[in-house]
Design a protein around this ligand. Structure first.
Ligand code: ZN
Length: 138
């Protein structure tokens, strides 16, 4: 139990000594730093940039693919896996032919991945584009 007036970790409003949860947002006085950061991020999405939690490769993939339709996600993942297999092949093969196949798979996979991710973004921005040009030409 807090012995003094305390400031909420999340919303920063002042709370009186005996209370253990914030009267403003209900966040507990005692909380782990992870819980505090998570609550702040949930309260204010822009705060994520202020408290950078470096996303690991999988999370980054999820962020990049999250906005895509499922079939594009599948193509992107297939491209990514192909490039990974190609990279492994380059490392493990002992022949030039194997290394070339690996390199082709690596580059091809990357191209497929980028195409799947970025073509989708271009296509969706097409719909947002204003129709001013059509009006001017008519
Ligand atoms: Zn609060």
């Amino acid at each position: 139990m807090p012995q003094y007036e305390w400031r909420c970790h999340v919303c920063e409003s002042a709370n009186d000594a005996p209370t253990e949860t914030c009267k403003q947002c209900g966040f507990p006085f005692k909380a782990s730093s992870n819980a505090i950061l998570a609550a702040r991020a949930a309260k204010n999405p822009q705060a994520r940039a202020v408290y950078p939690h470096t996303p690991n490769a999988l999370e980054r993939l999820d962020i990049e693919l999250g906005s895509l339709p499922p079939w594009r996600q599948i193509i992107a993942v297939i491209g990514l896996l192909t490039s990974i297999v190609g990279g492994i092949l380059i490392k493990w093969t002992f022949s030039w032919t194997g290394a070339l196949i690996g390199l082709a798979a690596l580059l091809g996979g990357v191209i497929v991945y980028l195409a799947a991710v970025h073509t989708g973004k271009d296509a969706s921005s097409f719909h947002v584009r204003p129709v001013d040009q059509n009006n001017e030409s008519s």
